[in-house]
Design a protein. Structure first.
Length: 271
């Protein structure tokens, strides 16, 4: 594939809309809203066959430019993985239901939570990434990023269950390793300490061990950084070194309260 002439040949890659449509229909397939239980199994099987054909079309589009081989085997392996993907996602959703007092039902989590939506897209894209499908996993993760504000690289390794609450502004880098029962809030970055192209093949992002909570707007950087199990990272922390298990890390700002009558500076700031 080349951009020498300023365009990408449609025969070289699948159209972006084709991949996004597949991802959305696959999520609807995993968590369908069923009107008639009697015809559910028949419709379910027909839908899986249609999705399989969609995936094959996408994979065949990669064949020439990316020298992708064994498209049917890849498709079969992916669909064989779907029961496990759904099982993991149900664990994610149930953990959110148990953890978040604002969650009233598993249906509410599945249908409305942006954190769950982003993790769903990640778990689908991650399997495709492991199957060495080019470009498509990133298309799916960036689609989820665009609608949730949560950026999870499909190459990251994330345990089950995993919970993202609120989620806007969350970034999880490619070589991140996240354990089981980890909870993170909005604005959290799990990123690289330095951005160097020559380090593309090395571990650049942190390891977050089991049962860790990372509160809002905290940044954790570096491939050698390990957040030990059962730790809590408070809000607005900037962490670039490892933290032992069962630690509490917090940032303590100084907040000043004054009577505005004694505050002579102008209060009508324009931002």
């Amino acid at each position: 594939m080349s951009l020498t002439h300023g365009y990408i040949l449609s025969s070289s890659v699948p159209r972006k809309k084709q991949v996004i449509d597949f991802a959305q229909e696959l999520i609807d397939f995993l968590f369908p809203v069923v009107e008639n239980e009697k015809t559910y199994e028949l419709r379910h099987n027909k839908k899986q066959a249609a999705l399989s054909n969609q995936l094959l079309e996408i994979l065949f589009a990669f064949s020439e430019s990316y020298e992708l081989e064994g498209e049917e085997a890849i498709s079969n392996q992916f669909f064989d993985s779907l029961p496990k993907i759904k099982e993991e996602l149900l664990e994610d959703a149930n953990a959110l239901l148990q953890f978040d007092p604002a969650a009233n039902s598993i249906e509410e989590v599945v249908l409305t939570y942006p954190g769950f939506m982003a993790v769903t897209a990640y778990r689908i894209a991650h399997v495709l990434c492991r199957l060495q499908v080019p470009l498509m996993p990133r298309m799916i993760s960036e689609w989820a990023h665009s609608i949730t504000g949560i950026d999870i690289h499909p190459g990251a390794t994330i345990g089950v269950p995993f919970m993202i609450d609120h989620g806007t502004g969350v970034v999880i880098g490619e070589t991140s390793i996240i354990g089981k029962n980890v909870k993170i809030y909005q604005g959290v970055t799990i990123g690289a300490l330095a951005v160097k192209k020559e380090e593309a093949e090395v571990k650049r992002h942190p390891t977050i061990e089991d049962n860790v909570i990372v509160y809002a707007n905290s940044t954790i950087l570096g491939g050698k950084t390990i957040i030990g199990r059962d730790s809590i990272i408070g809000g607005n922390c900037f962490v670039t070194e490892s933290v032992p298990a069962q630690s509490m890390v917090y940032h303590q700002p100084i907040i000043t309260v004054k009577n505005k009558k004694d505050f002579t500076e102008p209060l009508n700031w324009v931002i």
